[in-house]
Write a protein that binds this ligand. Structure first.
Ligand SMILES: Cc1cc2nc3c(=O)[nH]c(=O)nc-3n(C[C@H](O)[C@H](O)[C@H](O)COP(=O)(O)OP(=O)(O)OC[C@H]3O[C@@H](n4cnc5c(N)ncnc54)[C@H](O)[C@@H]3O)c2cc1C
Ligand code: SF4
Length: 585
């Protein structure tokens, strides 16, 4: 479509455009609108309104079509061959929040598990809510070890924005005073159960450097006035969060950022708008807006703004930039460094240990808890005592202890090894008893940024809209494999030190993407020759385009990343508003 003129162009013109409405898009929208900018949010998927559009949120187990909501394998294989790979996310309760893989193809030069949701709110609806800060050593690690490039910021520069984000979204957690896992603005922590408390006491006595704390999670345990005014309430511990929470008990864009943005009167959301490229004005040396493909009419349209925020998630923001070629940017938007699409990182997982706690057979807990315990990183902290000679960086554990319920499968190992099999009275009697206590630890390990771990634009393979698709070529290397060995051993020794029985280490294998923390495809850095974004998330080569999702990450740390994405987004939005006021964009 040709550039619009006159009134039509004016109608499509805003102060700011935000691409994507997930965790980062919601934050960009909130910050920009609250600071007075008329903001258009372009979202490729359909609208999901808080409360109205969570169709399975209150569904009971007996209301599902399939037992336990487990989709039949022919449907999974035909429609969700990638989304099903996590083994825990895709069910009858949740399938509307995940993409159909048959409709959203990409090429796996090496296996890549790209787990996605295309709708208003993105994966802020389905995320696990674990929320930890990167630490000073995370921001210094690349420079210290000569890996990748140096972060252009340090922890202290992001700390006030972590505060700002935590206060708004609400994070429950325990302050621990650890330099390598900085404390934040916390609502009261959730409680450990008796087995977890015993584990903490005994394991910490044996390994004092391996702190065990309650998971820090974006759930309201003591909501603030601001959160209540948005219509959010205290978490009810239903643990059905992934279906969307009518209480607003956990943070999502739909219950938080977008609601706050809408209330300013400065927000317009346009669902069904696939942003295909940035519009670049060579004379002015800046972007003037974006092109979209309307998912319903399949018409192209253009929207204009002084500033554009790419928040479409790490791979999709990179895709938009790769697809935005011009004579100025023949190799992709802002890609003078050739780093666009490179340095893909995730967190490797699927490795840890589990054990049983038979001595607690007469103990139980009431209700559910949408959270677990957390063991902060305890390797390579910068001192001799924690230094490993076989790998760089570190990992944390997430885990917990629980008893499987009435729907446990007695034929599966670990569920009730001593229990009866098959059908009949014995089975019925067994199921009226809680299963054994099982405690598990699963590691989340840091992956280093490797330049040749990359995604590329594949113009030969197109999707249903005729748009080019991505090709993935990402693998883990010796550093990660050595870390995995240690992740398994260290977990087992902690469980054994606590006296648990039948402790088993395991490595179930890992394929990149399975951590659902893809990042690094347009990294921040100090030098335009070796990075795509500057210290404020601006494209080095085009200052009025900001990229604030996982694409911006220069290294991965080992903690769940979304809190950092939100803090970077809030900081960048503040910068954009000030720069626009000064006429610097
Ligand atoms: C099951 C699960 C568990 C997780 N657990 C955690 C956790 O515990 N802690 C944590 O920190 N993180 C967790 N994550 C990861 C977290 O969800 C992501 O890091 C986060 O959502 C990324 O935010 P984002 O804004 O970059 O992308 P998203 O939230 O994915 O949003 C991107 C949005 O952009 C839209 N979009 C894409 N392309 C275009 C386009 N071309 N035009 C217009 N719109 C577009 C998409 O439709 C989507 O709505 C989890 C994720 C999943 C799925
Ligand atoms: S556990 Fe809390 S956040 Fe999750 S669905 Fe229940 S009330 Fe909502």
């Amino acid at each position: 479509m040709a550039n619009l003129n006159g009134r039509a162009r004016q109608e499509n013109t805003y102060d700011a455009i935000v691409v994507g409405s997930g965790i980062t898009g919601g934050w960009a929208a909130k910050e920009l609108t609250q600071k007075g900018l008329k903001t258009l949010v372009l979202e490729r998927g359909p609208m999901v309104r808080h409360l109205e559009d969570y169709p399975t949120a209150t569904m009971d187990p007996w209301q599902t079509k399939y037992p336990q909501g487990q989709l039949p394998s022919d449907e999974l294989n035909a429609k969700y061959p990638v989304q099903k790979r996590t083994g825990y996310t895709l069910t009858e309760y949740t399938r509307h929040f995940f993409v159909r893989d048959d409709q959203n193809p990409y090429t796996e030069e090496s296996r890549y598990d790209w787990i996605r949701g295309y709708h208003v709110g993105g994966r802020s609806l389905t995320w696990g809510r674990q929320s930890y800060r990167h630490s000073p050593i995370d921001f210094e690690a690349n420079a210290r070890e000569g890996i990748g490039v140096d972060w252009p910021i340090r922890y202290e520069e992001l700390a006030p924005w972590y505060d700002h984000v935590e206060r708004f979204i609400g994070v429950s957690g325990q302050a621990e005073g650890l330099p390598h896992l900085p404390d934040g603005q916390y609502q009261p922590p959730m409680e450990m159960n008796c087995v977890e408390k015993a584990f903490k006491a005994k394991s910490e006595a044996r390994f004092p450097e391996r702190r065990i704390t309650m998971g820090r999670t974006a759930h309201l345990t003591d909501p603030t006035e601001e959160q209540l005014a948005l219509g959010r309430t205290k978490c009810q511990y239903r643990n059905m969060c992934i279906r969307g929470c009518p209480f607003g008990g956990y943070y999502s864009s739909n219950s938080g950022g977008l609601v706050a943005a809408e209330r300013t009167g400065n927000l317009v959301i346009r669902p069904g708008s696939i942003v295909t490229s940035l519009i670049y004005d060579e004379k002015a040396g800046k972007a003037t807006g974006v092109r979209i493909l309307d998912a319903t009419t399949r018409q192209e349209e253009e929207f204009y703004a002084d500033v554009v925020f790419l928040c479409a998630s790490a791979f999709n923001s990179a895709w938009i930039m790769m697809n935005s070629t011009s004579s100025r940017f023949p190799n992709g938007f802002g890609n003078g460094s050739d780093q666009l699409g490179r340095n893909v990182m995730d967190h490797h997982l699927g490795v840890g240990a589990s054990g049983e706690a038979p001595e607690f057979a007469d103990m139980y807990y009431s209700g559910r808890r949408p959270n677990g315990i957390y063991v902060p990183r305890f390797r390579n902290l910068g001192d001799a005592a924690t230094k490993r000679s076989d790998y760089l960086r570190g990992f944390g554990y997430q885990g917990g202890a629980s008893r499987p319920g009435w729907d446990r499968d007695l034929t599966r190992p670990g569920q009730d090894p001593s229990g009866p099999r098959g059908f009949g009275a014995a089975r019925k009697a067994a199921l009226s008893q809680p299963g054994p206590w099982i405690i598990g630890l699963g590691g989340f390990g840091e992956i280093l940024p490797y330049e040749d771990n990359r995604i590329t634009l594949n113009r030969d393979k197109t999707d249903e809209f005729g748009l080019p698709t991505l090709s993935m070529n990402v693998t883990i290397r010796e550093n990660e494999l050595a870390m995995r060995r240690d992740m398994q051993t260290a977990a087992a020794e902690m469980l054994e030190a606590a006296g648990f029985k039948n402790v088993e280490g395991r490595d179930g294998g890992y394929a990149p993407g399975l951590g659902i923390h893809e990042m690094g495809t347009a990294r921040m850095g100090r030098d335009p020759k070796t990075s795509v974004l500057n210290a404020h998330n601006q494209v080095h080569e085009c200052k009025n385009v900001y990229v604030t999702d996982g694409a911006a990450m220069t290294s991965a740390s080992c903690v769940n990343p979304s809190l950092t994405y939100m803090a970077l987004t809030a900081r960048a939005a503040d910068h954009a508003v000030q720069a626009r006021k000064r006429g610097d964009l």
